[in-house]
Design a protein around this ligand. Structure first.
Ligand code: NDP
Ligand code: 8X3
Length: 262
């Protein structure tokens, strides 16, 4: 399938996997809506991608904020998406990539705030975007949703508890969405990577760069571009083919905690 001029909305585009996905789609001639909280990072990315395309719309947004102003009976995410300019409003491909982990603690010692941030972003943010964008895909009779899960959603690991649960939820929600869209041409894929070297571990360990580096020490992790290639493969299959789920790991990984470190 050609990606030329298709409107692709990517959440979490300011870093890592999301930024790499933006690049492969820009190179293929897509029109991009780039979503993340850090506007300056989005601007920087748009600048880098300008050699491939100028059709980029930046949407600085926290995907998990529900409350708008007290006078508005609508969520902040809803307001942002319903105010997209007309020529950007028919999203063809939604990539729910924004997500994070916070901490690596035993469940009975964990932080309520960390749990809420992960659940709000990884599950609720994905749900809000899906709820707001998929009806348009159904009514236009075209569309594809790609959700970023994780090996963590397949294999729980010690101290990963709530993060792993959010990624298991992403798999289950993807499966549910696929079932609910049966009979429409809208496709749903869940891409579940193992270790990818991004800012993920720095965010998890709140800027502790040394600890973050140790996660990838002695092995060759996936790159964000490796994952972007998989996402691109999923959405470029012919319309009768739906890649439901892809589990992709570095060769040096064989499970959430099974690594070949050398
Ligand atoms: P990064 O930390 O590099 O990127 C995360 C992105 O999510 C950033 O662009 C960040 O932007 C965005 N984001 C986080 N919270 C919000 C929010 N509330 N609203 C909008 N955007 C938000 O990590 P990765 O690229 O590694 O992670 C991308 C996805 O891939 C996540 O869902 C992660 O769980 C998943 N994943 C990662 C793996 C890995 O090993 N790295 C493996 C498997 C899955 P900003 O801060 O500007 O808002
Ligand atoms: C990110 C991969 O193993 O750090 O989802 O949880 S892991």
């Amino acid at each position: 399938m050609s990606i030329q001029d298709q409107i692709v909305l990517i959440t979490g585009a300011s870093s890592g996997i999301g930024a790499a996905i933006a690049k492969v789609f820009a190179q293929a001639g897509a029109k991009l809506i780039l979503v993340a909280r850090r506007q300056e990072r989005l601007e920087q990315l748009a600048d880098e991608l300008s050699k491939f395309t100028s059709a980029i719309h930046l949407l600085p947004l926290d995907v998990c904020v529900r409350e708008a102003s007290p006078s508005e009976n609508r969520t902040a995410v809803e307001l942002a998406l319903t105010h997209l300019p007309d020529n950007w409003s028919s999203v063809d491909i939604l990539i729910n990539n924004a997500g994070l982990s916070r901490g690596l603690d035993k469940l009975h010692e964990g932080s309520f705030q960390d749990w809420e941030e992960m659940i709000d972003t990884n599950i609720k943010g994905l749900l809000y975007l899906t709820r707001l964008i998929v009806p348009g895909m159904v009514s236009r009779g075209r569309g594809h949703v790609v959700n970023l899960g994780s090996t963590a959603g397949h294999y729980t690991y010690p101290n990963g508890n709530v993060y792993c649960a959010t990624k298991a939820a992403v798999r289950v929600i993807s499966e549910g969405l696929k079932q609910d869209l049966l009979g429409t041409p809208v496709r749903v894929s869940c891409v579940d990577p193992g270790l990818v070297e991004t800012e993920f571990s720095q965010v998890r360990f709140r800027g502790d760069t040394e600890r973050a580096k140790q996660v990838y020490q002695g092995l060759t992790p996936l790159t964000p571009a490796d994952v972007a290639d998989v996402v691109f493969f999923c959405v470029t299959r012919p319309p009768h083919v739906n890649i439901s789920e892809v589990l992709v790991m570095p060769t040096d990984q064989a499970g959430s905690m099974l690594f070949n470190r050398h």
